[in-house]
Write a protein that binds this ligand. Structure first.
Ligand code: ZN
Ligand code: ZN
Length: 352
């Protein structure tokens, strides 16, 4: 099989011919049809996350060795099943849930893969979908998406799921409340599309890029502001009569997190999702004074991905803009994503 692999951190991916994997036990072999390109691929490609203060969390420290195959927004077709893989048929197509645990610890046994301490996430810890085939450890991770185009369905494994799970962590909201989404890249834009299915609150999107602000408005955001503009920040505080009820930071940079916490009203919740990185000094008395909650959210559970796909099947989530390109465009796509040139999602597929 053909795999597009990291052979040196941060260097262009190489095309390698590898033996097609065989499956055993409960494993399922999936032939990749499409795979979405995600912003977090850039961190894996570089080989580290920026923890701030010169500190890095390296991908190698997480047990990943090169060559490595990224790609975690996978749709494909089951082409082989292990002898113990039940409830799955060769020929079945599915979105692959990639956030898979070790499958043997206590968290994994209760089906809480995201709480596993030694995860085997496809495309970030174990070989993923930038290849002709991918090994999925159990049939439960192959989720039906009947009626949804595959290039859209794959985005529900990360961009959509991340947005959905972050939104489920928000407090109860009324139509008078305002929720702020910071960053209108692939995940932030997914959040704008999903929001009406989950809340009646006003949705304000903040982005420093006017093209992305326009995309957010086109997607149905109530309002879009430039978070780099002091005047627009003040207007937001005024129009919300003291701040937003909740903010989701899809960037996760010091400036965006500070912005979100600054414009939060009393009792507000700020959810950090983006992995841009670095660190932020915080005024601790503001936590009690503002009765403020700051929490993190990482992708989402298998159950949440099923809920999201059910909403999409029911026609309750308008599609995000998706551009389909051949796998051979992978290095250009990663570079374009790094340069901020991609609106919505690029999904790679095999030339047909
Ligand atoms: Zn992702
Ligand atoms: Zn585990």
């Amino acid at each position: 099989m053909r795999s597009y692999q990291i052979v040196a951190w941060g260097e262009p991916l190489a095309v390698n011919e590898l033996p097609t994997p065989t499956v055993s036990g409960e494993e399922v072999l999936v032939r990749t049809s499409v795979c979405g390109v995600c912003h977090s691929d850039l961190h894996i490609w570089d080989g580290y996350y920026d923890l701030g203060g010169g500190r890095r969390a390296t991908i190698e420290d997480r047990g990943v060795t090169l060559p490595f195959t990224m790609g975690h927004e996978i749709v494909g077709e089951v082409v082989a099943v292990g002898p113990d893989a039940k409830g799955v048929q060769v020929g079945q197509r599915g979105v692959i849930y990639p956030w898979i645990g070790c499958r043997s610890c206590e968290a994994c046994e209760r089906g809480d893969d995201l709480m596993c301490l030694t995860p085997r996430y496809l495309g970030t810890r174990a070989d993923g979908g930038y290849a002709d085939h991918v090994v999925v450890p159990h049939p439960r991770y192959v989720v039906d998406f009947d009626g949804i185009p595959e290039e859209l369905a794959c985005t529900y494994a990360c961009a959509g799921l991340t947005a959905y799970s972050a939104m489920k962590k928000l407090p109860e909201l009324t139509p008078a409340d305002t929720v702020l989404f910071i960053g209108a890249g692939g995940v932030g834009l997914s959040a704008v599309h999903i929001a009406p299915a989950l809340t009646d609150a006003r949705i304000v999107v903040a982005d420093i890029d006017p093209v992305k602000r326009q995309a957010a408005l086109d997607a149905g955001a109530t309002h879009a502001i430039d978070n780099g503009d002091e005047e627009q920040r003040r207007a937001l505080m005024e129009s919300t009569k003291g701040g937003v009820a909740a903010a989701i930071d899809f960037v996760g940079a010091p400036a965006t997190t500070k912005f979100g916490m600054d414009v939060l009203r009393k009792g507000g919740v700020h959810v950090i999702v983006g992995l841009y990185g670095s660190e932020l000094p915080m005024s601790l008395p503001l936590f009690p004074f503002k009765l403020m909650t700051v929490r993190g959210s990482f992708t989402g559970s298998l159950e949440e991905m099923r809920e999201l796909i059910a909403l999409a099947k029911a026609g309750r989530i308008p599609p995000i803009p998706v551009e389909k390109l051949p796998f051979t465009e992978i290095n250009n796509t990663l570079q374009n994503l790094r340069d901020g040139h991609i609106v919505g999602r690029v999904v790679l597929g095999h030339a047909s």
